[in-house]
Design a protein. Sequence first.
Length: 124
Amino acid sequence: MTAAAVLTGLEGLAMLACGIYLLVMGLAGTPDSPRQAETGGITVLALAVLPLIAARGLWQLRRWSRGPAMITQLMALPVAWTLFNGGGALIAAGVVLAVAAVAALALVVNPTATEALGIGPRES
């Protein structure tokens, strides 16, 4: 569970950094569309909340955290594919994100994690 929490938290922190970057570039930089950069930055900042909350829940072994963690990983896969198809340095970023998402997803759905979170059939 610790590894799943760390991976999910790192994804959240990366999204937070990306959102801050987009927001700052929209406000202080010279993007093609400042309004679009600012809106994108705010959107990414809002979306960063999900993996950060999920990571905290996984760390504390909260049962509810599995769903948001799985959603985070499933949302990361199309992003990884887009990065991979972007070319250049984005290929490496896409591969890293895909590996992290698949690893975190596998960690969250394995029987040990299910048991640790108290999910699954209960014996009578």
